[in-house]
Design a protein around this ligand. Structure first.
Ligand code: C5P
Length: 219
């Protein structure tokens, strides 16, 4: 990595799927002018490559694709599908794949473009592996049924044909895969602040997060 920028505001967030971490990360990025990286999208991007390139999907291929990755590519709407999410959590178990992606994540975290005052990354191993020394660490979670309902409504908005029970089942599967894998499992680190979004609105959660951050940041 090129030189790390100094005096950055760094925010690391981990959460199980559909707990509202992305929404909070976007609010944080907007409020404090930080670069936002949804690291799940990188795993989804590779999960999609795996589904579409069954014959030549190997480490070399992934490495070449990751060399060409950028934030624009991660905005691809097709990455928001249940099939790709499951494929993402399958490739996410692979240590070598996680290593290939690490560099890009570190670059975004510690060397964001000059117009940003820092970075906010969300995922499953951000507080535990990628940004262990982040200035702020949050673990955002919510009750699984509430998460499933939220994800179901998101899919419906995108006109995807899917039923609630199926969404609940696949969130359970993904929670299991993400929390029980050998490398970089999802867990709350001791130094992360727990935010449970089950009973809070998006705005109420952000007020909580902002009050924590403002105490430490002197603007
Ligand atoms: O956050 P999202 O649901 O888009 O993530 C898709 C999958 O990518 C997760 O279920 C997880 O298996 C994997 N992932 C990961 N580490 C991250 C981000 C995502 O293993 N930092």
């Amino acid at each position: 990595m090129k030189k790390k920028r100094k005096n950055l505001i760094t925010v690391a967030i981990d959460s199980p799927a559909a707990a509202g971490a992305g929404t909070q990360a976007k609010y944080i990025a907007n409020e404090y002018k930080l670069l936002y990286l949804d690291t799940g999208k990188i795993y989804r991007f590779i999960g999609k490559l795996r589904l579409n390139n069954k014959n030549n999907f190997n480490y070399k291929f992934v490495r070449e694709q990751i060399k060409k990755i950028n934030l624009e590519k991660l905005k691809d709407k097709s990455l928001i599908s249940n099939e790709i999410a499951i494929s993402a959590s399958i490739i996410a178990k692979d240590y070598k794949i996680r290593k290939i992606i690490k560099k890009f994540q570190l670059e975004c975290a510690y060397n964001p473009p000059k117009k940003f005052f820092g970075s906010v990354l969300d995922g499953r191993d951000i507080t535990s592996v990628i940004m262990k020394n982040a200035m702020f660490k949050f673990y955002i979670t919510a009750n699984i049924k509430i998460r499933a309902r939220r994800r179901y409504l998101e899919f419906k908005k995108l006109n995807k044909k899917i039923d609630y029970k199926f969404v609940l089942k696949s969130l359970r599967k993904r929670d299991y895969l993400d929390k029980n894998r050998k490398f970089s499992p999802l867990k709350k680190t001791k130094d992360s602040i727990l935010i449970n979004t089950s009973k809070l609105s998006k705005k109420a959660c952000f007020i909580k997060i902002k009050s924590i951050m403002d105490k430490k940041i002197k603007i």
